[in-house]
Write a protein that binds this ligand. Structure first.
Ligand code: ATP
Ligand code: MG
Length: 489
């Protein structure tokens, strides 16, 4: 029994009862054959778009024309949107991705022939029978990714298929067939016609896939990192590089005391060692991006390669890349921050951890964010160390101790004025309103952090009172008037 949802089955039944051919096609069939539950179901039929809309109306089903020019309709059943497309073929022109026009066709095989890879060019009918004119099932069994028809033509038609190829390799661990791989290399100049947003989204899907490393290796080996794509900003269009900064890392040797891998292989291992979340994967991908650069690479006193300051330089490069790829600014900032901080960790003793957190708090806006950012930083650190030569059990042990100490300090020590047990308003009531409130709060914060004042309201009030006395402020109102008179207000 095919794994169709009740809504999909119902749509197919209605179309079939009306005398049309109907099947599920593309990714859903690939996933079912591969033993995965499909994310979505695309339905294909020989019914023309008008007939599909009429059938929906007759069955009182909400429907709309989703991509009328492409013959794609959508029916909405029980809140689920199901796409129904009329068999079509696509004719490509100058655009690097979009077909110039589509033509409806009568045979399912002609529709399947326009699809990118053989594993994506299968159809399944209501009975669960598979129509597989291009050998998709065998390719799936052998875990081989092969273009439908002539690979060169397929990538020439639509350059996004190059990224899709890397994505399917990363998603399913496929091996790419030689001709298909060669055709990718041949079609690389076509990437220049793709928009940066599409390219970025595909790269991120590759990064988040279960076998991301396989996809990234394919990108590197085919030369995809060294391509350029187009970016539209302020009405003008420019050509921007995809990710040449990563290609440079291949073969960059590291200090053999800490590493057995070159920078690229180490980077891939760190990517693999973090959970598949965008922030971790991007930070892992870019964390050593400055290694080996002139000005960063030196030889240490034992004549081994060393990259002093690579974290800082790398953070600037990471930010440039993130901005170039039009990443949201807050996300880009955090990735760059993680890269910047990835070499600088304290010993797991309270004094050092407080000092570290104090420094970091300067660039982070509040306690909650500081806790989040440091947690992320320690996750990246563990992955980074695991990608080196150190014994993993030792790293995990050390990192857990540091994590616990960080949590302990974040609870015990205030790092922001808001965390003090006295408010700005209260301080103002003791010293008068004005810049002295902020000054007083930072004096209190410093003293509490250093451990010579406890963070409770009475102690803090007393400290403010004493300081005010020392400054000669006995009546805050008078003090304010005096100040205002002095400044001519
Ligand atoms: P996913 O599981 O990520 O959704 P998918 O293969 O289903 O992968 P979709 O973008 O949903 O990808 O497309 C559905 C189907 O349409 C594909 O399986 C493929 O048959 C076809 N298709 C999609 N994009 C292209 C393309 N650029 N060129 C050719 N065929 C494509
Ligand atoms: Mg899909």
């Amino acid at each position: 029994m095919p794994l169709f949802t009740p809504s999909v089955r119902k749509v197919m039944q209605i179309i079939s009862d009306a005398g049309y051919e109907v099947s599920v096609v593309g990714g859903a069939v690939r996933d079912m054959v591969f033993g995965r539950v499909p994310k979505e179901y695309d339905i294909c039929t020989d019914a023309c778009p008008r007939a599909v809309m009429t059938l929906a109306a007759e069955n009182r089903i909400k429907a709309y024309r989703k991509g009328a020019a492409f013959g794609v309709m959508a029916w909405i059943l029980d809140g689920e949107e199901i796409e129904i497309a009329t068999y079509r073929t696509e004719i490509y022109g100058k655009d690097a991705h979009r077909p110039e026009k589509v033509e409806f066709v009568w045979a399912l095989e002609d529709d399947l022939a326009r699809r990118d890879f053989t594993v994506n060019a299968m159809a399944m009918n209501l009975k669960g029978e598979i129509f597989d004119p291009f050998g998709g099932r065998k390719a799936l069994e052998e875990k081989v990714l092969r273009a439908v028809g002539d690979p060169e033509e397929r990538f020439e038609e639509d350059a996004l298929r190059i990224f899709r190829a890397c994505r399917f390799v990363a998603e399913y661990g496929f091996t790419i067939e030689d001709d298909t791989r060669e055709a990718i290399v041949y079609a690389l100049p076509r990437v220049a016609g793709l928009s940066v947003e599409r390219v970025r989204d595909e790269i991120e899907k590759i990064l988040l896939a279960p076998q991301a490393v396989k996809g990234l290796r394919l990108m590197q080996e085919t030369g995809l990192f060294n391509t350029a794509c187009r970016c539209r900003s302020c009405g003008s269009e420019e050509i921007i590089p995809v990710l040449p900064e990563l290609d440079r890392l291949v073969g960059v040797e590291q200090n053999p005391k800490y590493h057995s891998l070159d920078v690229w292989d180490h980077t891939l291992s760190v990517v693999e060692n973090v959970t598949p979340e965008p922030l971790f994967r991007w930070a892992a991908l870019l964390h050593d991006v400055a290694k080996g650069l002139p000005g960063v690479r030196r030889l240490n006193k034992h004549d081994f390669p060393a990259d002093y300051g690579h974290a800082g330089v790398g953070a600037d490069i990471a930010l440039t890349i993130m901005n170039r790829l039009r990443m949201p600014p807050a996300f880009a900032g955090r990735v760059a921050w993680l890269v910047r901080e990835h070499m600088d960790y304290p010993k797991p003793v309270e004094e050092s951890v407080v000092k570290w957190l104090k420094r970091l708090s300067g660039g982070i806006s509040g306690r909650k964010e500081l806790a989040e950012a440091t947690r992320q930083s320690l996750i990246l650190r563990a992955a980074d160390l695991r990608g080196g030569k150190v014994d993993p059990d030792q790293i995990i042990h050390e990192n857990v101790i540091l994590e616990n100490m960080v949590q302990h300090c974040l609870i015990k020590v205030p790092f922001y004025a808001e965390d003090l047990a006295i408010s700005g308003g209260e301080v103002a009531s003791l010293v008068g309103r004005g810049p002295q409130v902020k000054q007083m709060l930072s004096i209190l914060l410093e003293r509490v952090q250093n451990g010579d004042l406890s963070n409770d309201q009475l102690a803090l009030r007393e400290a403010v009172r004493k300081k005010a006395l020392r400054l000669g402020i006995t009546d805050p109102e008078k003090a304010r008037h005096r100040r205002n008179a002095g400044s001519g207000k």
